[in-house]
Design a protein around this ligand. Sequence first.
Ligand code: SAH
Length: 243
Amino acid sequence: MSKKNRIRLFSYEILYENVSYVPSDAQIHYLKNVMRLTSGDEVFLFDGQNGEFRSVVADISKKSLTLQVQKKVYDFEKSPDIWLVFAPLKKENTDIVLQKAVELGVSKIMPVQTEYATKIQVKRERAELQITEAAEQSRRQDVPELLKTVSFDEMIKQWPENRKLIYLNETGKGMVFSAVASELKEPVALLVGPEGGFSKKELEILEKLPYTLSVTLGKRILRAETAAIAALSCWQAFCGDWR
Ligand code: SAH
C-alpha cells in the first residue's frame, strides 16, 4: 500500500512498541468490513502522547481483530497553541468548520452561543468523530479537544487572560493580520461570529477587554466557515507552523 492511502487510526490507548491494541468496535468495523484488511496488513496508529506506530493485523476472527504494534515511526508533536472559538452553524457548516480547523492545526475548539447564533446544538458524539477523522486523515499527532459549548457571557467570564482573543470583526473596524502578526503569539484564540454576525453589545464588550484584538479579513463579508478557514490560514502563515 502506498504512503498516500495508508490506513491511519487514533489509538484510544497509550502505545508502546510490541504491545497489542484492540481497536474500538467502530474501528474494527472499519478495518474489517470497509477496508477489508486481513492478517498481516499494515495500520498506522497514533495515540496523541507517544507518537505514531506501525502495526499489523494479528488476530482476526468473525467479530474481533487485534493489532500488533511494532516500531514507532514518528515522535509525538504538539500542534500550535491556537484555539478556534466559533458560533454553532447549520449542521453541515459546523462539520466544515470542525474538519478544516483540525486540518489547519488548532489545539482546542470551543463552541460559543452568541446572541445571533443558530440555536442548533453541536452534537458532541458526531463532532468528536469528525474531529478524530480529520486528525487521522491530516496526519496530525494529536486530536484537538472539543470544549463544552458556553454562552458568550460565560466565555468572557472564564476566559484565561493570558490567551489573546482575536475576534474577526465583520464591521471593518479591525486591524489587518499582517500589521498585528507580532501581537498574535501563542497562546491565542480566534473568535468567529455566527451568520448573523456579532451583536452591537457583544462588539462593545469585546472592544473593552484588555486581552482582545479586533481583526478584519477585508471588505468582503465572508461566510462564517470561510472566515474561520481564512483566519486560521493567516495565523498559520504569519505566526504558526507555516513559517
Ligand atoms: N451577517 C453579517 C455577517 C456575518 S459573517 C453581516 O451581514 O454583516 C459571519 C462571521 O464571519 C462574522 O461575525 C465575522 O466573525 C466573520 N467575518 C465575515 N467576514 C469578515 C470580514 N470581512 N472580516 C472579519 N471577519 C469577518
